[in-house]
Design a protein. Structure first.
Ligand code: SF4
Length: 257
């Protein structure tokens, strides 16, 4: 018998009550604080800090400490709008607070809500496996298959991401793969073909979502006083995105955001 982990509080960055890009249908999306990765193209550096101190100024909607049942109460206000979708935990890296996600999703599922986890797969342990049991869908970010590029791109090696991917398949979990494509970094045809071919062996993979690199995060870096790592790298053009979709689409079910 599981209790709803009442005493457990999570650091939340913000939430969005009508999310349309983080999983199927219209969704309540919870953006969680904390991420150990440092992806060069990250457009949410404000989620990196696992436990930000309260500061003055405008706070994002929902920012602060929440229990799973408080968050569920908030979600249920929007129940009729998220009928076609459900609830997504994103971030940051939600598995940095995996126990909370497990408790929160357990409550959501008891209410008949579809649960989706958006993760980089950087954590992979027993707690994560338990949390995955409460996820109807996992969206796993794959940054690159290149062992040499991965640490340069993210600050971490690729092993855990691969172990995570294999575990999703072995455990029969329905999953999507998300892949950010950055001009000059991981957009060459050989790289993309290798990724599509690699992913073809995963039968529980429903869809690959290509996320073309954009520069909208740059202002956040400026505000936070952090040098922007991809200064001068142009956003993907519509034509580039289209040709990537054509390449993936020939091999797998794929959409471009
Ligand atoms: S995993 Fe996501 S939140 Fe973390 S640094 Fe990378 S892009 Fe940013």
């Amino acid at each position: 018998m599981h209790t709803p982990a009442e005493g457990l509080l999570a650091h939340i960055h913000s939430f969005e009550s009508f999310g349309t890009v983080d999983g199927p249908g219209i969704r309540f999306v919870v953006f969680m604080q904390g991420c150990p990765m440092r992806c060069l193209y990250c457009h949410n550096p404000d989620t990196w800090d696992p436990a930000p101190q309260a500061e003055g100024g405008t706070k994002a909607s929902g920012a602060g400490l929440w229990s799973a049942s408080q968050m569920l109460e908030e979600v249920l206000k929007y129940r009729s709008f998220i009928r076609t979708g459900g609830v997504t935990c994103s971030g940051g890296e939600p598995l940095m607070q995996a126990k909370f996600v497990e408790a929160f999703f357990r409550l959501c599922k008891a209410e008949g809500l579809h649960t989706c986890l958006d993760t980089s797969g950087v954590y992979f342990n027993e707690q994560v496996k338990q949390t995955l049991e409460q996820c109807d869908l996992v969206m796993l970010d794959i940054k690159t298959l290149d062992d040499e590029l991965h640490p340069r791109l993210t600050g971490h090696t690729r092993q855990r991401n691969q172990a995570f991917l294999d575990y999703l398949e072995q455990s029969g979990k329905t999953f999507w793969v998300r892949h950010v494509v950055v001009p000059g970094l991981n957009d060459d045809t050989a790289h993309l073909t290798a990724l599509a071919t690699h992913l073809k062996q995963y039968h529980h993979l429903e869809c690959v979502e290509i996320l073309p690199y954009h520069t909208m995060g740059e202002m956040k870096y400026e505000r936070m006083g952090i040098p922007y790592p991809l200064k001068g790298v142009p956003a993907m053009t519509r034509e580039q995105s289209q040709s990537i979709r054509d390449l993936f689409g020939g091999i797998l079910k794929c959409k471009v955001q």
